[in-house]
Design a protein around this ligand. Sequence first.
Ligand code: NAG
Ligand code: NAG
Ligand code: NAG
Length: 441
Amino acid sequence: MLFTVGLLVIGCVAASVSGFGADVVLSCFLVEEGEGMGGVGGMGGGSLFSRTPATLVLRDLPTTPDLSPDTITPYNPPKNPDPENLIFEAKATSLEIPEADQLLHADCNEQEVTCEISQYFPQGAQKSTDPAYFMGSVQLEGGGISLTLVLQTISLENEGETSTASPLIQSKLNLPLSQSGTLLIEVAFLVFSQTQSVTTPIGGDAVLDCGFKLQDPPPVEEMVLEWRLQHRGSGRRVLEMKVVKTEEEPIVVVETEGSSVDPALALRERNVSLSLRQLKTSDEGTYICTVSSGLFQAQQVVQLHIIQAPRVSLSVDKVMSRHELPQRVSCHCERYYPLDVKVEWFALPPAVSEPISLSKDVSLSSHRQYGDGTFSISSHLILNHSLYPPGTNITCHVSHLSMDTPVALSFTVTAPEPGSSYLMVLGLLAASALFLYQLLR
Ligand SMILES: *[C@@H]1O[C@H](CO)[C@@H](O)[C@H](O)[C@H]1NC(C)=O
Ligand SMILES: *[C@@H]1O[C@H](CO)[C@@H](O)[C@H](O)[C@H]1NC(C)=O
Ligand SMILES: *[C@@H]1O[C@H](CO)[C@@H](O)[C@H](O)[C@H]1NC(C)=O
């Protein structure tokens, strides 16, 4: 999963205390379009991107009291500045990094961080006079914070670096380095999300988290927000919001019924989270939050999964045959989503200690799909009474994404009543997991 398009990289976080805050040091990759770069491609060699190891140092992030200074070593730039090194160093910025403590606490062994940096050319920026820009993408694997950072180089003079001696030039990017051999940058803009994936049942509501940070005071007041949904190759706009002037009401265009963004929260806290109501299976997909402000535009992606647990029941067919009744037992899984479900049968005859998995004599009905997108399916078991004597415990196990453990329904084959054939008594012992949803976060 980590290597899908050869774009994701496992990083490692080291935190250190310096001055009044803590430094976060991230192992990153500089990702460039591969043509003519001759660099190390991604997996499979056919990658269009070349990736060069780089480091992102975020200086002086606010510390939290539970951060023990004993466990961390201070970040020191390399002793001998090397023009080959790619070290992006962001001094304490006016722009607060949200959930910085998540990055500080991420431990190499327990939480992986992916970090990628690529060159960025904001629309309307004049290449000759403007600083150089980079787009950084930092994600905590397993559902934590995800940040998209616009990084902007800052001039060495402003940082009190001597301009008399000609500075080292970074060999790949052709940009001047600080005396300690780092590229001095600041975070100019960022878009973030605290949840990368949300799971809801049908009819439920969801909030897809997205926020942004600008330097204060913002260079421009204008802000445009767009939420889009991409699913199975097609896309649609869900909502758009335009802020032209801070004191005016934002213009909101809702294109998907039931979706909303709180304009007051957007203006006051730069929180542009999308609320969705009464979700349907067709609302599932990848939601993209794009925020544009001034020169910059950045995105976050939040996955919405619709998961509905099956209602599971057993039924005994009333089909009559000459000798035996009933013959067919059915396990029904109704109104679930998504499609994949696993139905297994087990038999535990009285004299046997381990249940026997039954695959013979089992047949599946075809799927039925309802108007709300949910599915139903039944699994049928033809019972051979000479193999499963009275007292045999027959169990149907249903596994689905919505449940941590399979639902198990069982019954016991009973002795035939005098004058009639076999009868079965349903010992309906439904496991409690029936309506538990496994929240994927
Ligand atoms: C936005 O507001 C919601 C509701 O108060 C909150 O749960 C969420 O964490 C906020 N998100 C951001 C990005 O500030
Ligand atoms: C039931 O099992 C017995 C023993 O294996 C076999 O001889 C018989 O043919 C089976 N009956 C049916 C209906 O499959
Ligand atoms: C059948 O076996 C399962 C586990 O193997 C058990 O939980 C269940 O109570 C049994 N059912 C009956 C009706 O004896």
